[in-house]
Design a protein around this ligand. Structure first.
Ligand SMILES: *Cc1c(COP(=O)(O)O)cnc(C)c1O
Length: 350
């Protein structure tokens, strides 16, 4: 799809198109020098590190993410986890009771939850047996009110990436926004879709610091899209959605990317060991290939094995209720010690 055939204006909710962004006190004077006297925001003036409101545009953090991920600052929006970013997309583009989105089960549960909370119909098109998008069926389900398509790649819980040519065909033919959720991209050999942002004006890529970057507790989600899409999301985001402590911790971590990359390669080695050893467990029927930091495995009786593991003090995720995932368990890759405990426990089960 080219910039001329894609019509962003058509996708925006009418009330959002008319909105003027809330201008916070700190927004208006951010370019002024540091020793100005700020008596504008009713803050407590005694310094304790966090007595001032945080930067609503998170500029320092964005500048570092921009050079690390090679995406311009005006094409980045940060949120309180990717969950907030995804919710902002719904609220900007989907008219309650009227519009719809397409999701591809088995996949991340939040897309359906957010569709339901925003009163948006969720059209589900199952993945194929080998967990790939069924492109023709997806395009067939789309109509004028279909505002977004969610592609989770690598996909949770199946752990595989979607084929690049399938995603490309969807980007070229789907008339709404194509949201590629790359929560697990740092564990995958695939290139990020951020490299295609200039080519596809309907592409939105989301990432998070919750998985590979090890910061689930601070809640930092990232959205990359055209500057036009980002400015729409900026209009509706709560002004101080990313708190000061989060901005600081995220920045420290992004500046220490070497350490992050070291942890990722350790997790990948552990994942490959765990995949092999899981196959030796007598009730494990299949271990699916993984491009993420977890492994999906088919077992003889997932409910039974899940309960047995709980009794041994090990919590995994039972994915059996998901489409195409009957009798599957999802194992997050832990430390060597944790993975060994898991394997020992599995081998003791009868
Ligand atoms: C874990 C996960 C996320 C992360 O969400 P945060 O709100 O950023 O913690 C996003 N998408 C998928 C598919 C996930 O599995």
């Amino acid at each position: 799809m080219t910039a001329t055939t894609f019509n962003l204006e058509r996708l925006i909710r009418a009330n959002v198109a008319q909105l003027k962004p809330y201008s916070s006190a700190r927004d208006e004077f951010k370019d002024f020098h540091e020793d100005m006297v700020f008596l504008d925001a009713n803050e407590n003036p005694f310094e304790n590190g966090v007595n001032r409101y945080p930067d609503p545009q998170q500029l320092t953090l964005k500048q570092h993410l921009s050079s690390l991920k090679r995406v311009p600052v005006d094409q980045i929006l940060l949120g309180n986890g990717s969950d907030e970013v995804l919710d902002l997309l719904f609220r900007a583009f989907c008219e309650p009771k009227q519009d719809n989105v397409i999701t591809l089960p088995p996949t991340y549960g939040m897309y359906g939850v957010l569709a339901a909370t925003n009163d948006i119909a969720n059209r589900e098109v199952l993945l194929s047996e080998d967990f790939q998008p069924q492109v023709a069926k997806i395009l067939d389900q789309a109509d004028h009110q279909t505002k977004m398509l969610f592609l989770c790649s690598p996909n949770n819980p199946t752990a595989n990436s979607f084929k690049a040519d399938a995603i490309e065909v969807l980007l070229q033919n789907f008339k709404g926004l194509v949201v590629v959720d790359e929560a697990y991209i740092d564990f995958s050999p695939e290139e990020s879709w951020t490299t295609k942002l200039q080519q596809y004006p309907n592409l939105v890529v989301t990432q998070t610091l919750s998985k590979a970057y090890g910061l689930a507790g601070i809640r930092l989600g990232i959205c990359y899209a055209s500057a036009a899409i980002i400015s729409i999301l900026n209009k509706i985001k709560p002004p101080y959605n990313v708190n000061e402590l989060t901005q600081k911790r995220a920045l420290e971590r992004v500046l220490d990317d070497e350490k992050v990359q070291g942890e990722i390669s350790t997790i990948l080695k552990e994942r490959d060991v765990l995949s092999k050893v899981l196959l030796q467990v007598n009730f494990v029927k299949k271990v699916y290939p993984s491009e993420a930091n977890f492994i999906l495995a088919k077992v003889d009786d997932a409910n039974k094995r899940y309960d047995q593991l709980i009794k041994k003090g090990i919590v995994v995720r039972n994915r059996s209720t998901q489409a195409l995932c009957e009798n599957t368990l999802r194992f997050t890759v832990g430390t060597t010690t944790e993975n060994e405990k898991l394997i020992t426990a599995l081998k003791e089960l009868v």
